[in-house]
Design a protein around this ligand. Structure first.
Ligand code: ADP
Ligand code: ASP
Ligand code: MG
Length: 483
């Protein structure tokens, strides 16, 4: 697609898009730290910034909306107070009077929107997905205004930008998908003036808008995705995702505190890790930068001198075997069994067509063609919907002589070992399962993709921490880095 508007003549400096997550902008001290990082980097590079809401704010907004929609008229007023307090406190502590005069009305406008929406929800006892998106992303709007003003207060030109003016999405509220061509054109055009003025755009993460202008969100944790969408649109040289850990680690440090940093991982490994629950990256983060092969760095805003992890198109690391372990701790296994009158192909075709209605992700799939059994795992959050959909799909077969039965095994966790170079390395599954056996952990199901990028197994949810620890230890991932 040809870019419509002339891009501001690109300075010699590289262009870096930086996204800051909720903990990185969690209070006045953290926001000041963000401004320091951005101002420092802007000496050497042109910077575009994407910000999340202050930590905990999105949860607070969603909870308030749900309570209001259940008829509650009081709780959201407390949330309103807390929202106002947290954001105004930052303005009080870090902004000069002139900047306060600009920002306080912007914060007030967002809080008034919050108030009006919640009051409407409590009146009609309903919150539509569309209204929820407008409300749940107000935190991003407030933090973008604050971060831009903090930068200006310390002498760095910056302008807040609402991503509803940049990112064009479909109308799948709550989990919208961008139309990339339109987004790229709009982003370049909208940011051209700001860049020409030499100012840093500070863009709201998480938000986008439909072609008609209705606010959408990109899914929980979606500001990472916003970071790479903007980075790709601007042809950035690099995207930096600032978070609260030193990079992508060998596993979730909340499960195994000894997890260590991976200096480099490939796009494929990052996609696999994030799909299987590594919260450090939104699962769609890598998608926008794939074509342009833009490197994505994961860095710690609490420890900015640590280089972090570089996510590259293809890893140069030749380390054989398992590189990282991840897990999804809230999953369910669904087993569909058919009698002979339905072939396995028919059973699988109908089951997956049913899942495709809502584009539901399966975490693992196993089959026994001989017994006409199909088994797959889904996120617990999807279970109710998937089960209802499957029962509708197989309604006739279930009525007629129990030709099909659907069983659910709840409280399951999926643990996944990941590494591009596992391919052709024999004995990995054996070691993995032996280590689980030694810990007395029973494996319910196993799956390995033919790409050999990952091996997954299902276990009982309460065993997840011990299982991840056991496999992590078995492959000595906590030791010094082996290249
Ligand atoms: P942010 O608010 O910056 O977007 P998140 O909380 O979404 O941060 O993601 C960072 C968190 O992801 C870390 O604090 C860590 O607990 C968790 N995490 C899970 N798996 C991994 C992993 N493999 N490497 C690094 N962090 C991980
Ligand atoms: N604030 C949003 C959330 O909490 C988006 C993000 O932080 O990435 O889901
Ligand atoms: Mg996140």
């Amino acid at each position: 697609m040809v870019k419509e508007n002339p891009t501001p003549s690109r300075s010699k400096k590289p262009l870096i898009t930086m996204k800051f997550g909720g903990t990185s902008v969690g209070n006045a001290e953290r926001m000041k730290n963000v401004a320091d990082i951005v101002a420092d980097c802007s000496q050497r590079a042109e910077v575009a910034v994407v910000v999340s809401a202050m930590g905990g704010v999105t949860d607070m907004l969603i909870r308030a909306a749900n309570e209001a929609s259940q008829g509650d008229r009081e709780n959201w007023k407390n949330v309103r107070k807390e929202l106002a307090h947290r954001h105004r406190e930052v303005a009080d502590q870090l902004l000069q009077a002139a900047e306060q005069a600009t920002v306080l009305p912007q914060l007030t406008a967002a809080i008034t929107d919050f108030e009006n929406l919640c009051s409407g929800f409590s009146l009609v006892r309903e919150v539509t997905p569309r209204a929820m998106d407008t409300l749940s992303s107000l935190g991003e709007l407030m933090s973008a205004h604050l971060v831009a003003a903090i930068l200006r207060s310390r002498g760095t030109a910056a302008e807040a930008v609402d991503a509803t003016e940049l990112i064009v999405t479909d109308d799948h509220f709550g989990n919208a998908t961008p139309y990339f061509d339109e987004t790229n054109v709009k982003t370049v055009k909208r940011l051209a003036g700001i860049r020409r003025r030499g100012a840093i755009p500070v863009i709201t993460g998480f938000r986008g808008a439909t072609r008609e202008g209705a606010c959408t969100t990109l899914g929980r944790g979606g500001s990472d995705y916003s970071g790479t969408i903007v980075g790709a649109a601007l042809d950035a040289d690099e995207v930096w995702i600032w978070t609260d850990v030193d990079g992508v680690l060998t596993t979730d440090p909340r499960l195994v505190p000894e997890a260590r940093i991976l200096p480099e991982i490939s796009y494929r490994e990052a996609i696999e890790l994030s799909f299987f629950g590594a919260k450090v990256l939104h699962p769609k983060t890598i998608q926008p930068v794939m074509k342009k092969k833009i490197p994505v760095w994961i860095k710690n805003s609490f420890n900015p001198t640590c280089p972090g992890t570089c996510i590259v198109p293809a890893s140069t690391n030749t380390h054989k075997g398992v590189k990282a372990i991840t897990s999804v701790s809230k999953a369910d296994l669904i087993t569909i069994t058919a009698k002979e009158s339905l072939s396995f192909a028919q059973l699988a075709a109908k089951a997956f067509a049913s899942l495709s209605v809502d584009d539901t992700a399966t975490l693992m799939v196993t089959q026994s063609s001989a017994d006409n059994v199909l088994c797959f795992a889904v996120h617990d959050a999807d279970l109710k919907r998937v089960k209802a959909q499957l029962e509708k799909t197989f309604e006739l077969e279930m009525l007629h002589d129990d030709r099909v039965s659907i069983e659910v095994m709840p409280h399951v966790a999926i643990v996944v070992a990941i590494g591009e170079n596992m391919e052709g390395t024999p004995g990995i599954s054996g070691r993995m399962f032996a280590s689980l056996g030694r810990h007395g952990i029973n494996i319910i199901a196993i799956a390995q993709g033919s790409s050999e990028l990952s091996i997954s197994f299902a276990i009982k949810a309460p065993d997840v921490k011990e299982a991840v620890k056991a496999v992590h230890e078995e492959f000595k991932l906590q030791g010094a880095e082996k290249q």
